[in-house]
Ligand binder design. Structure first.
Ligand code: SAH
Length: 244
């Protein structure tokens, strides 16, 4: 696709880090800026949801470090990643921290940027297309009717963490769409929370799995049938769940 493509000059200083988003998966959805950063980076630390084919465009000598999960087990810790970012930047390398979607959406970019700031390493953030942007465009436009609010939440965090920081009561009362990232594994509990807090059991729900990729699939359901559907269809992450 990019065979004859020549990188344009972007400002990527030696000894600095760019934290960037590679978009939801399709190579066509990587931004121009991120592609150019990738083409000149010396070290690329990338997550599991980054399309590996994009790595073909990096320099032959670039060092590639996988920082995602393998069969539910992390290849490394967040601390390892922080240390690598600082180590390679201090060695004068151009370090690209490449994440799926957009780095500012549920991706720990804030922890990494804080760490870099504390270690006086220069960094920039390059946006990507977040998964829900791609997911929403596949849905019937009536999804956007009669609503001035949109809630983006992480499913797994809402249930797994003892100090739940998601106020389901407030989300359910504001009448906006609820767009759930990382919701599949906790869906039963999330449905209970939504119904307990006033969402109707026949609320329309859509699930978009592998948005933008060839294997993309979309399902429609009602809130009360959602868990059954996920089990029956064996729907797995990565998926965005949109509750109307
Ligand atoms: N920073 C990412 C989100 C990381 S959290 C972004 O902006 O998109 C990981 C979650 O994102 C997944 O569990 C899933 O809910 C969602 N996701 C990422 N890529 C996706 C894709 N191609 N299709 C559907 N959901 C996706």
């Amino acid at each position: 696709m990019f065979n004859n493509y020549k990188p344009v000059k972007i400002e990527f200083e030696d000894g600095s880090v760019i934290i960037a988003g590679a978009g939801p998966g399709s190579l066509k959805l990587i931004t121009y800026k991120v592609l150019n950063a990738l083409m000149v980076a010396d070290v690329i630390i990338y997550d599991a949801l980054v399309n590996k084919n994009v790595l073909k465009f990096c320099k032959t000598k670039a060092k590639l470090i996988f920082a995602g999960k393998l069969k539910n087990k992390r290849a490394c810790t967040q601390n390892d990643i922080n240390l690598w970012l600082v180590k390679y930047a201090k060695a004068g390398k151009k370090v690209l921290r490449l994440k799926g979607g957009d780095p500012s959406f549920f991706s720990r970019a804030s922890q990494e940027s804080e760490y870099l700031q504390n270690h006086k390493i220069k960094f920039k953030i390059f946006s990507g297309i977040t998964a829900s942007q791609e997911a929403m465009k596949k849905l019937n436009s009536s999804f956007f009717n009669n609503s001035n609010v949109c809630n983006l939440i992480t499913g797994h965090r809402s249930i797994n963490y003892p100090n739940v920081d998601i106020n389901y009561k407030s989300i359910c009362s504001n009448n906006g769409k609820i767009i759930i990232y990382m919701g599949i594994s906790q869906i039963e509990k999330i449905i209970d929370k939504l119904i307990e807090n006033g969402r109707r059991i026949d609320t329309k729900v859509s699930i978009i799995c592998n948005a933008s990729l060839k294997k993309e699939k979309i399902w429609e359901s009602k809130l009360k049938d959602l868990n059954k559907l996920i089990k029956k269809e064996k729907i797995k992450s990565p998926a965005i769940i949109v509750v109307n």
